[in-house]
Structure formats: C-alpha cells, structure tokens
Design a binder for this molecule. Structure first.
Ligand code: HEC
Length: 203
C-alpha cells in the first residue's frame, strides 16, 4: 500500500513549517542581522515628537488607505513618484505605512514638494488647489488641539522598539506637541517624508 501524502494533515503541517522556516532563514533573518549596520550607515533621522503625533493623525484618519509609501524600483513608478523606496526609509517605522492601494499618489518623497500653506489649504479643502480632486476634506484637523498627554509613552515605546531617542527628546516631547492642532502636526509629518533619506543609494 503506498502512502497518500496529500491526505495527511500531519505531513501538510510539517512541510508548511519547513518551507516557512526556510524562507525566514534566507530572507528575513539576514535582514534582521543587518539592521545595526544599516542604522549606522543610513542618513535616516527619527521623527520628532510633533511628527510622531502627526503620523498618528495620518493613521487615525486613514490616509494610508488611499496613499502608499512604497515606490517600487521600476521605471514607471520612479518617473511618477520619484526615488524608489529604500530600506532606510523604514528603519524607524513602527508600523510600516506601505499601504496597498493608490486612490491618491504615493507619498514616499512628498517632503518639501509643497509649502506648508499649500498643505493647509489642501487638507481643509483639496478642491481649492486641485479642482478635480476626489480626496476628502479634513477641516476639523485645524480645530482639534492635541493635549500631548500620551506622547511621552509613545516615544518611550518607540525607543524600546529601536528608535534612538535621547532622554532629552523624550522629556521635551509633551511640550512640543501640547497646544498644536492635529493639522499642524500632520503637516510637520508630511514635510518630513523622504527628506532625510533622499540621498540614500540603493545597495
Ligand atoms: C479617498 C482617498 C483619499 C484619502 C482618504 C486621502 N487622500 Fe490624499 N489624495 C487623494 C487623491 C485622489 C489625491 C490626488 C488629488 C489631489 O492632489 O488632491 C490626493 C493627494 C494628496 C496629496 C498631494 C500629493 C502630491 O504629490 O501631489 C497629499 C499630500 C495628500 N493627498 C495627503 C493626504 C492626507 C494627509 C490624508 C489623510 C488626512 C489623505 N491624503 C487622505 C485621495 C485620498
């Protein structure tokens, strides 16, 4: 009697584990081991406390549902959105905001593309600067003020995950954020995108 392996749940589980472990070994593990070297050689700068608060607004408003932050290294994407994404873009990203759907354009290289004033007008009503825009308006972002109450804990958690914040940066985080509107924080975050890593060369 020959064994029919396709009917054995046990063999299915064992072979899945073996294949998955192999992928981790050759693909994930080397990158984890390379992280310290990558951090040393990279120009990536951790977000300031206000930018961290802005990134949280970006997540809570679901901006990542329509916008990606991942330019693939292929010509049509690079021509359209600029420099392809590199590892240093994501060294301090917890969680990643690569996204999976582009209703709007990729924002990897957005920093400094427009003025703060442009972003202000665009967020309050996109149609005022891009008449055909289908992006939703976010006027309340400039009415809701941040208390900064939870920013210290967030910075401590980010440091725990590997972002090299100093004690001073953590101590001054609340003062930096308190009293700013959600929109101001968001614009600070948007203006930082891709600026520090703009010169990184793909290895
Ligand atoms: C329903 C989908 C959708 C959502 C949600 C959305 N956007 Fe957009 N966004 C668009 C579209 C479409 C465009 C292109 C038209 C325009 O510039 O307004 C755009 C354009 C932009 C641009 C200009 C990019 C460029 O390179 O010209 C920025 C910046 C931007 N969005 C930021 C945001 C932020 C921040 C949020 C969250 C507060 C957000 N978007 C939420 C669809 C969306």
């Amino acid at each position: 009697m020959s064994a029919d392996f396709t009917k054995s749940v046990f063999i299915l589980i064992v072979s899945t584990v073996v294949v998955a472990s192999f992928s981790v070994l050759v693909w994930v593990l080397p990158n984890i081991l390379r992280t310290p070297e990558l951090i040393d050689s990279s120009k990536a700068i951790p977000l300031t406390a206000l930018q961290v608060a802005g990134r949280d607004v970006y997540i809570s408003e679901g901006c990542h549902v329509c916008h990606t932050q991942m330019v693939r290294p292929i010509e049509p994407e690079v021509k359209r959105y600029g420099r392809a994404s590199q590892e240093p873009d994501d060294i301090y990203e917890f969680p990643f905001l690569w996204g999976s759907k582009r209703t709007g354009p990729d924002l990897t290289n957005l920093g400094r593309k427009y003025s703060d004033q442009w972003h202000l007008i665009h967020l309050i009503n996109p149609r005022d600067v891009v008449p055909t825009s289908i992006m939703p308006a976010y006027p309340w972002l400039f009415e809701q003020v941040l208390s900064g109450d939870d920013i210290t804990e967030k910075m401590i958690t980010l440091r725990f995950l590997g972002v090299p914040y100093s004690d001073d940066e953590i101590a001054s985080a609340r003062l930096q954020v308190r009293g700013k509107t959600k929109g101001e924080a968001l614009i600070h975050y948007l203006q930082s995108l891709g600026v520090d890593t703009a010169e990184e060369v793909r290895q």
